[in-house]
Design a binder for this molecule. Structure first.
Ligand code: SF4
Length: 82
């Protein structure tokens, strides 16, 4: 039972690892603080007081810093979509 669950979890992780992750900023929530740009400048830029996404889907080598930006956003304005 536990082995089957572990196998299923591994398959899920492998599957999710192949998904391209899309990211966007909710302009109604963004406060323009710049935290996302500081944490992940390859993906985010703040212009005119609003964060913009430079590239989406997220390149695999930027996924970790993108997730850090999501966690760091003080108003939860960064949304990750499968
Ligand atoms: S961290 Fe959040 S609130 Fe701050 S600029 Fe980025 S998206 Fe906007």
């Amino acid at each position: 039972m536990a082995r089957a669950a572990l196998h299923a979890l591994k398959r899920l992780v492998e599957y999710e690892g192949r998904l391209s992750v899309k990211v966007r900023v909710d302009p109604d929530l963004c406060a323009g603080c710049g935290v996302c740009e500081d944490l992940c400048p390859a993906l985010f830029i703040v212009q005119d007081g609003l964060a913009k996404v430079r590239v989406s889907p997220v390149p695999p080598d930027q996924e970790q810093s993108c997730r850090e930006a999501v966690k760091g956003c003080p108003v939860d304005a960064i949304l990750i979509e499968p």
